[in-house]
Design a protein around this ligand. Structure first.
Ligand code: DGY
Length: 429
């Protein structure tokens, strides 16, 4: 297999728009929240200063209430829909109106744990903003303090068209006065690798409802057209809150320490609500109706990353992991390949994503599931080394899909090859 370190660095540099990085040219022309979190970790391996700039640029768009939006629009690019004019959030810089999986604190902890006094200083500087972000998630996405984090739009999960959301999405009535719009994504990528038109109409229905409330998140949570619990956001938030606690301890932030401990306890307990006995695993669930999704996804498997579950629950999840990996050539698919709704090429309805694999590997290794972690590590390397920096990959044939020259795939590759990256940089000065 071909070593692609230089290509990965080149990809990220090519996507640099001066202080922030786009996920890929044209398809995603702005700064995305979790993309930038992972990308910062990748950049950190070859330019620490620039990695922190990525994080500062994202936090520059943090709302007054603490939310870090899922897209930051620094210019208007007609090549992307829905742009700032659709969201109408009236923020400076312009931004979308909801968030995305909060990976930031976890990426920062990795940088600090392997870094120098410079990284510690930067972490101290951003710490209050990270606290505000986690407080926002806790209050705006779980206002009753149940420990179950809700998402108000499938885009907030980052797993836009996963069948997990079909339950909530099918309950949405598209209004007769839905804004007229023209999709741009299918001009850049084959439509069979993207969400369907019916899904887009519902995505935009939620945005239209929310902007009519003036982006009042209490109302959106209470009355909005969509409210589901996502194992992905739940476990990523839990992990990131634990990582924030470790940072707080390293930085001696005494008050934050007790607040974060309480939050971790609450969200750990709440996670049990996502356990679906019928499937024997963690599944997405509609918060208003209690209806469960019925398949294991790569997000379900983040239970190890979130460090939840009894020994029996963990054993059941590890058994699912072995079964799913045996059913495909490359893991970890975003939907169970033995389930009728599996589509190996369509975005989050089957394909493998390097960023998800990165978190899965971390969680499985922490849980002592070394063999599973190694299998996913080796699949990730093979996919990237044979196909390059694709957005996602077919789990059956290994083909690279979606946008090409993708920053976060390049970033994960650099993180996995970090020792070789360090050697290469030493050699080239
Ligand atoms: C898109 O436009 O497909 C994005 O995933 C929304 O954030």
């Amino acid at each position: 297999m071909e070593c692609r370190i230089e290509e990965a660095i080149k990809t990220i540099k090519m996507n640099d728009r001066g202080g922030f990085t786009v996920p890929t040219n044209r398809l995603y022309p702005y700064q995305w929240n979790w993309d930038s979190g992972f990308t910062a970790l990748g950049i950190w391996h070859f330019n620490k200063w620039r990695a922190w700039l990525e994080i500062m640029a994202l936090l520059d768009a943090q709302w007054e209430d603490g939310m870090v939006p899922h897209i930051v629009f620094r210019q208007n690019d007609p090549d992307y829909f829905p742009g700032p004019g659709v969201w109408q959030t009236n923020t400076e810089p312009a931004s979308s109106g909801h968030s995305q999986p909060p990976v930031l604190a976890s990426m920062i902890l990795r940088m600090v744990q392997n870094g120098t006094a410079y990284d510690m200083r930067k972490a101290r500087e951003v710490f209050p903003r990270l606290m505000a972000y986690h407080r926002w998630f806790a209050s705006a996405r779980d206002p009753q303090g149940t420990g179950v984090i809700g998402i108000i739009h499938p885009w907030e999960s980052g797993r836009d068209n996963c069948p997990d959301w079909d339950i909530g999405m099918n309950a949405i009535t598209v209004p007769g006065d839905l804004i007229a719009y023209k999709r741009r994504d299918t001009s850049h990528v084959d439509s069979d690798q993207r969400p369907t038109q019916e899904q887009y109409d519902r995505f935009i229905t939620i945005v239209q409802f929310a902007r009519e409330t003036g982006w009042d998140h209490r109302r959106i949570h209470a009355e909005g057209p969509f409210l589901m619990a996502d194992p992905g956001v739940q476990f990523i938030f839990l992990r990131a809150t634990r990582d924030l606690l470790t940072l707080a301890e390293m930085l001696d932030m005494t008050e934050a320490i007790s607040e974060l401990r309480r939050l971790i306890e609450q969200v750990s307990k709440g996670s049990d609500w996502l356990w679906n006995d019928k499937v024997g695993g963690y599944c997405a669930r509609d918060i208003r109706t209690g209806v469960f999704s019925d398949a294991i996804t790569n997000a379900s498997m983040l239970c190890f990353y979130g460090d939840v579950g009894s020994p029996e629950q963990r054993a059941s999840m590890a058994a699912h992991c072995r079964r799913i990996l045996a059913a495909c050539q490359f893991g970890m698919p975003s939907w169970d390949p033995e389930h009728a709704d599996f589509e190996p090429r369509r975005y989050w309805r089957g394909p493998v994503w390097a960023i998800m694999n990165h978190m899965l590997i971390t969680g499985l290794a922490d849980a002592g599931e070394e063999m599973l972690a190694q299998r996913i590590t080796s699949d990730t390397q093979k996919l990237i080394e044979s196909q390059g920096m694709a957005e996602y990959f077919d789990p059956m044939e290994g083909t690279g899909l979606g946008g090409m020259d993708f920053s976060w795939t390049a970033a994960i590759y650099l993180d996995h090859c970090r020792d070789r990256v360090a050697e290469l940089l030493k050699e080239t000065g």
